[in-house]
Design a protein around this ligand. Sequence first.
Ligand SMILES: Cc1cc2nc3c(=O)[nH]c(=O)nc-3n(C[C@H](O)[C@H](O)[C@H](O)COP(=O)(O)OP(=O)(O)OC[C@H]3O[C@@H](n4cnc5c(N)ncnc54)[C@H](O)[C@@H]3O)c2cc1C
Length: 674
Amino acid sequence: MQIQFTWDDPITEEQQQYQFETPIAIGREIDQLPKTENGQPVSQLVLLDANRKISRFHAWITVEQNQLIVEDRSANGCSLNGEKFQGQQRLINSGDVLQIGGYDITLTVLQPMSQPTIAEPKLPTIVTPLSQVGAVPQDAARPSTIIFNPETDAIQTQIKPPTPARSSFPPESLFAAERVSVSALHASGFPIDEIEYASIGGGMGSFVFTDMLRISGVKSEQIAVLSIQEKPYKRYETLLRNCQIPRYKRIRSGSDSCPDNIWGFPGYALRDACRSISTGQVGSAFGFLWQVFAEPIADTYTPRARDVFDSMDREAARISWDRMWRYGSVRSIRKTEDGRYVIAYSATRPPGAPNYRFLIARYIHLATGYPALKLLPDLQHYRETTGDLKSVVQGYEPHDHIFEHLEKHGGTLLVRGFGIVGSQILDRVYEARKQNPKITIVHLSRTHKKGNRFGVAKRYVENQWEFQPFNWPKATWGGDMRSRLESSDPLKRRELLEAWGGTTTASRHRWRQIVKQGIQEGWYVLKFGQVEKVERSPDGKPITYVKNRDYPGFDKIEADFVIDCTGLISDPKDNPLLGDMITHYNLDLNPQGRLHVENSFEIKKMRNDRARMYAAGIITLGGPYAPVDTFLGLQYAAHRAVESLARFRAPNVRFIVGLRSVFQWLKWSANQAP
Ligand SMILES: Cc1cc2nc3c(=O)[nH]c(=O)nc-3n(C[C@H](O)[C@H](O)[C@H](O)COP(=O)(O)OP(=O)(O)OC[C@H]3O[C@@H](n4cnc5c(N)ncnc54)[C@H](O)[C@@H]3O)c2cc1C
C-alpha cells in the first residue's frame, strides 16, 4: 500500500511530501531501522530531532488483513489525531495525523498499487534528504508561476510555469569557461567597467552592506550596487503593501532593528517617543518606551513602515547611495583569470534597447532576496485548469479586488496558511466587515497547532495562532542561541532550526480580540484537514475538497475567493542568476538546500585568488545564523562580511571598533557623510 506523508517544514515553511510503500520504519537513527521484513524491502524514514523526543526506532507502519496499522516502539510514544499511545498499535485511516516528536504528519492512503510491486531495495529517506553540506543535483521541482520580472521586479503571474529561454547575452562561448579571460571579454566588444566592491540586488541586504562598507572607510567611488529597483526598500514595500501592510501600519521588527543605523541606537521606539513629545503627546511617548522595557508582558514595540523608509532615505543620502547605484539586471557571474569576477548584466530598463555590459569586481556581495512566490500545488492546478487568476490568489500578489468585491457584495474568503500574511488578511477582513457584515472568513489548517517546543520552552497557541514577537526566538540574533548555532555542524544546525522555527505571529492584544470576536460571532471559522483538490463550481467559484478525519468523504468548502498565505520561495536555485552559478561552480548547499556560507557569510567555493564573494538574506537560510532574513540579521551578515574583508586587508576597509565606531556614530547623529 502506498502512503503519502505530508508536513510543513518549520524552517522554510514549505510543504514536505513523501510517498512510501509499506512496511515503513520511522526513527532517528538509520542503523536502527530494519532494511527488510520477511524478505520485503522496508521504507526507512529518518527524522531529525533536536529535542531528543524521537527514538532510534520510533514507529512501524504495516498492513495487516488489509488494514493499515501503526505500532509505537518508542520511549516517548506517538499520538494519532491528538490521542497518545505507547507500545501499542492503532488503526490508521486516510487523513489521520500522526505525531512523532515535533512532526505532525498527515497520512494519506494513496490507491493500493494495482500491479504487484517488484521487491526492490529502497533508499532511506532522511529528512531533509541532503544530510550534510554538499553539491546536489538540481531538483526537478516545477518553477513557480509567480515570479519577479527580472527587468522591472513587478510581480508577474503566468498560468503555466514558464519555459526558460536562453538569452544571447552573455555569450555562451565566453561564459562556458571556469575562469573567463579578461582579454576575451574586451574582445567581445561589450562595454566593461571595473570596480573594487559590487553588491548585487540593491534591496535591504545590499543597503546595509554598503552602509557598513562606507562606515568602515570605503569610498562611494569604489562601490557599485547593481539593482533593478532604485529605492532599497522598494521590493519589500511592494510585498508589504500587497499583504495589506501599507506605509502607516507597523511592521514586525524590534526597536533596535534599524537598517539606517548599524549601532541600533537610538532605536525606533526612542525616535517615536521623541516625536510624540515634540507634538505634546507625552502619554504615547511613555507608551512606546514601556513597550520596549516591558517586553514580553506588553505588546512588543514595532516601528511604522513609513518611519523605516524615511530613515533609510536619510541614510541613503548620507552614504551617497545614488552615486553607487546603477540599473542592472544581472544575468551571470564568472571568475576571471586575473583573480576577480565578471558580472554580466543588462543596463537598460525596458522598453529601452538592450544595453549589455560587463562589470569586473574583486569583492562581490549577493543579496537577491526571495527568488519567487510560492503557490500551493492544488491551487496552482486550479489556476492551470481554469485560467482563473482572480478567485485564487497568493497573499503577496496584488489582491485589492477581493476586498472591493467583498465590501460591495459580501461573501466567503478561504485563507490557507498562518503567520504574518494570514494575520494581516484577517485584520483587513475585520475592517471590510465594517462596510459589509456579510463577510465570512474560513481559515484552513492541516493540523491542530500545538506550539513548537525547545527544551522546556513551548510557544503559546491560541485559536490555532502560534505566538512569538519576531519570526525567530530573540536569543538567535545575538544571544546564546546565536553562538550555539554558529558552533554546530550543519546537521545539528538543521535540528536546532527545526526546533526554533515554524510559522508564528506577534501577539497583539487588539488583534487577538478580533480573532475571539470573529469566532464568537461566527464570521471567523477554523477548519482542519488535508486538501484533496480544488475545483471550479458551475457558477465559477473555487470549491476546496478537504479530507477530514472526523467523517468519511470530503468537507466541501465553497468560497468566493481563496488566498494562499503560505509564503515565498527561498530556494536559491529558483533565481536564474544563482541557479546558473550553483550549477556552473557546483556550489555547496546546506542541509536546507540553501547556499552554504562560512561563518563570515563567504561562499568559499567562489574564492578566486584575492577575490571574495559573500551572500546574505534568505538564500543563506539554514546556515550559521537563524534570522538571516531580517533587518538585524542582514546587518549581522554585513558586519561579519566586512570584518572578514578587514582581516583580508581589502582596500580601505577598517574594523568598526573603538574610537572609529564612536566617531562614526557621532557622524551618523550629525547626518554627516561617513
Ligand atoms: C512581507 C514581508 C515583511 C517583512 N517584515 C520584516 C520586518 O518587519 N522586519 C524584518 O527585520 N524583516 C522583515 N522581512 C524580512 C526581510 O527583512 C525583508 O524581506 C528584506 O527585504 C530582505 O532583504 P534582501 O536584500 O534580502 O531582499 P530584498 O529587499 O527583497 O532585495 C532583493 C533585491 O534583489 C533584486 N534582484 C534579485 N535578482 C536580481 C538580479 N538578477 N539582478 C539585479 N537585481 C536582482 C530584487 O529586484 C530586489 O530588489 C519581511 C519580509 C517580507 C516579505
